[in-house]
Design a protein. Structure first.
Length: 386
């Protein structure tokens, strides 16, 4: 069934990454707070029903594991949770319980969710980055809500409190991965203050930031959540990463009434960081740069019309030849048979694979290769027209 059409007056930001910190999900306790999570789900589902798209980056696996193990050992012994291995064990126990709770809450609104566990290496490697992007974009196309978390069972960056290992920075990378309009970072604080409000009674909330400079960084220094791994400094790092790629960023209090609905509607809440770059123009420059291209794929007239008029993906049936020894994940130019440059994009298949599947129907790919990475040679989500 087709998803409802998004009307401009309904929401300001269509594709949104919502990052939920542990302090929000636990409501300041040692366990997940179902009522708080339920309220957040209702707002996400409302945005979804209005035609918006949401990717949820969630903390809480360790908290869920701590509660489960704590209940199991109640009455005897002690629970070690400070060392890395113990926290990885808690994450392993809590991850399935966290996802089961999200699934139960979203199912009440008839919203399908999908789990995506990522590590920093997944987003640093070209092919794994492409796999993650294609999967998340495919889930959004299906109308699902991807729920992302760092894979704490194998990744130690977040749980050892490193400067770059936390779900704040992960959420910024996910926002860039899916070309999000808004990154909404929800914590237990209303936003960035001129000073630490717990120590300075004259501190005031900074509502709008056009550029992250030394003044902003000084204001962020020293503010850390009790149960979360990322303080305000990591949120500023995340905001810098996302805004440089053209995404709006809002840091706000996840406990505030209808905070997701208000933020996605463009209402001034929390601290709003304005984009410093143009997301689509930056991506367009990257894909169309002749220095990035590793090869050429020639297509027939029918495929050319489908790309230019219909905004379709490039399927193998329309490919007539290729030039260059490109790998999967490389940028390729898409040209007509007489050499006219029509588009550029990221190849789902390597040059030798394209040779085997060109001119064939997509349902033949698996039989010809013994595997498949999708029915498209270049997906429309990873392509720009000249």
């Amino acid at each position: 069934m087709a998803r409802p059409r998004l009307e401009s007056q309904q929401v300001e930001h269509r594709r949104v990454v919502v990052k939920l910190g542990s302090n929000v999900l636990t409501a300041g306790t040692e366990r997940l707070d179902v009522a708080t999570m339920g309220q957040l789900v209702q707002q996400i589902a409302d945005h979804h029903e209005r035609g918006g798209e949401v990717i949820l980056v969630t903390s809480g696996a360790i908290a869920a594991g701590r509660h489960r193990v704590g209940a199991a050992v109640a009455g005897g012994g002690s629970l070690r949770t400070r060392d890395v291995q113990s926290r990885q064990v808690l994450a392993a126990i809590g991850q399935s319980r966290l996802m089961a709770l999200w699934d139960e809450l979203f199912e009440q609104r008839d919203v399908t969710i999908a789990q995506a566990l990522l590590t920093r290496a997944d987003l640093a490697d070209r092919l794994r980055y492409l796999n993650a992007r294609n999967t998340l974009m495919g889930l959004l196309d299906l109308g699902a809500v991807p729920i992302v978390n760092e894979n704490d069972v194998v990744s130690v960056e977040e749980i050892t409190n490193s400067a770059i290992g936390d779900n704040d920075n992960l959420s910024a990378q996910v926002a860039n991965l899916v070309d999000a309009d808004l990154l909404l970072i929800l914590s237990d604080i209303p936003g960035l203050y001129t000073a630490d409000p717990n120590r300075d009674p004259t501190a005031t909330l900074i509502e709008r930031i056009e550029r992250i400079d030394e003044r902003v960084e000084r204001a962020a220094a020293g503010t850390t959540g009790v149960r979360g791994t990322g303080g305000m400094a990591t949120k500023i790092q995340a905001a810098r990463t996302a805004t440089q790629s053209g995404t709006h960023v809002v840091i706000a209090d996840g406990r505030a009434v209808d905070i997701i609905t208000r933020a996605t509607s463009g209402e001034p809440v929390g601290t709003h960081f304005l984009p410093t770059g143009d997301r689509m123009e930056s991506r367009r420059r990257y894909l169309l740069s002749g220095l990035q291209a590793r090869g050429r794929i020639a297509i027939d007239a029918g495929a050319a019309r489908a790309l230019l008029a219909g905004g379709n993906s490039l399927l193998p049936a329309g490919v007539t030849s290729r030039n260059g020894d490109f790998a999967r994940g490389d940028v390729v130019q898409i040209v007509t048979e007489d050499g006219r440059h029509l588009a550029s994009g990221t190849a789902n298949y390597a040059a030798a694979e394209v040779d085997q599947i060109r001119g064939k129907h997509s349902d033949q790919i698996a039989a010809l290769l013994g595997y498949e990475y999708g029915e498209e040679v270049v997906h429309r989500n990873n392509m720009v027209i000249v």
